[in-house]
Design a protein around this ligand. Structure first.
Ligand code: PLP
Length: 406
């Protein structure tokens, strides 16, 4: 019998742990040799008691930091009802109340709940296509995403994600989805074909290097999509819910989409995604068009209600806007002092630094100094502090970052 070819992945999957055992967790994540056992405020702790200042917020999820008492009590109260899950065959109050609160605070009139950012984007694509075809026009189905975009890792959201290395091993991806330059002439040419159902954009691109899209560009996107009968989707999975110092990042630009996706911080670390949409989009959706077993469950919805109240608080949003301006100034000064940073970009509590070496090397040196950072592309460091981080926390982080860069 001829030997089976050895797949390169097998050697990774069978890598041995320190104790000699093959790791049971599929190694799709490169994880450092640190195990966290608890969190408090803006810090995570190893069993030894060693503390790490977290300027990643679990990649934008832990907006309220660790150990928020309101998250705990909302979850406890929800669990105490015994109704962890009822399915979407039936109505439950927490999902309805959360949807009403999101509608009251946004452009939207209807909300669909799911479990993650990628799922929210895939649902938004379906809703936009359904709406675009409302007059029986099957040719209007294309989805356009932008250079530098990250919308998730499922087949349609990956097709809308501009990361060749994430896409190449998994082709063919979902069809009808293309990436275009962030260029209004190019976008106008594509929209003028009459085949486009929707354009999706992150008002602040996260994974793609922390790029704040110009308000003028977002306004042009709005005008172009409206003129050519396509829907405009804003992916605020990372930049939404207070991260930029506005409840929704598009408020900063004064531009309103037809659909908006949310996830990451929405349920305080429990899995939840949401698609918010106008009445017009919703009018095209029929029962049975989409669904999710867990979407809008009573526990996650109760916790999200608390998170939404907290991140809508004008005092917290002001804290993020002012703290963000200060942080941006400090990062620019640090870039100047160290000569190790090529560019500083960001808004609110969302900042990217282009560095002169692989970002992973700086992330590792920062971790050795008790500071958690993440990357956004090979040469960009990303800072996503919890929205509750105080100036003293940020200053502590900046001092450690400077050491790690030196
Ligand atoms: N959209 C944006 C802007 C994101 O930053 C992410 C995750 O980083 C996603 C979508 C995908 O979210 P999830 O990992 O919850 O599927």
């Amino acid at each position: 019998m001829s030997a089976l070819p050895v797949l390169p992945m097998l050697s990774v999957v069978h890598q041995e742990d320190d104790d000699g055992a093959a790791p049971a967790l599929l190694p799709v994540y490169k994880q450092p040799d640190v195990v966290f056992v608890r969190g408090e405020g803006v810090e995570l702790f190893e069993a030894s008691g060693r503390a790490y200042l977290d300027l990643t917020s679990g990649i934008g999820v832990n907006a309220l930091g660790y150990g928020d008492a309101g998250i705990e009590s909302a979850a406890r109260r929800a669990f105490a009802t015994g109704l962890v899950h009822a399915s979407n065959l039936f109505r439950t109050d927490p999902a309805r109340e959360l949807a009403e609160a999101l509608v009251a605070r946004s452009f939207a009139e209807h909300v669909f709940f799911c479990n993650s950012g990628a799922e929210a984007n895939e649902a938004a694509f379906k809703f936009a296509r359904r709406w675009a075809r409302r007059a029986g026009d099957d040719g209007r189905h294309a989805i356009i995403a932008l250079r530098g975009a990250f919308h998730g890792r499922l087949f349609a959201s990956l097709a809308a994600t501009d990361r060749p290395e994430y896409r190449a091993p998994f082709t063919p991806l979902a069809g009808g989805i293309a990436i275009h330059e962030r260029d209004t002439d190019e976008l106008e040419r594509a929209l003028a074909t009459g085949t486009v159902a929707a354009v999706i954009a992150e008002p602040v691109q996260g994974e793609g290097g922390v790029r704040v899209l110009d308000p003028g560009f977002l306004a042009a996107l709005r005008a172009l999509t409206s003129r050519h009968g396509a829907a405009l989707i804003f992916d605020e999975v990372q930049c939404g819910l207070g991260r930029t110092g506005y409840l929704f990042a598009h408020e900063r630009a004064g531009v309103t989409p037809d659909l908006m996706t949310l996830a990451k911080p929405l349920a305080g670390g429990l899995p939840m995604g949401a698609v918010l949409m106008t009445k017009e989009i919703a009018s095209a959706i029929r029962p049975g068009d989409h669904g999710s077993t867990f979407g809008g469950g009573p526990v996650v919805s109760s916790v999200a209600r608390h998170v939404l109240d907290r991140v809508s608080d004008p005092a917290l949003l002001k804290h993020v806007r002012e703290g963000g301006e200060w942080l941006g100034g400090e990062l620019r000064a640090l870039a100047e002092r160290t000569g190790r940073v090529r560019a500083v970009r960001g808004a609110g509590f969302m900042w990217g630094l282009d560095v002169m070496e692989p970002a992973a090397a700086v992330v590792a040196r920062a971790r050795e100094r008790g500071l958690l950072l993440c990357g956004a592309g090979e040469y960009t460091l990303r800072l996503l502090p919890p929205l509750v981080a105080q100036r003293a926390d940020l200053a502590r982080g900046l001092a450690r970052l400077e050491e790690a860069l030196a």
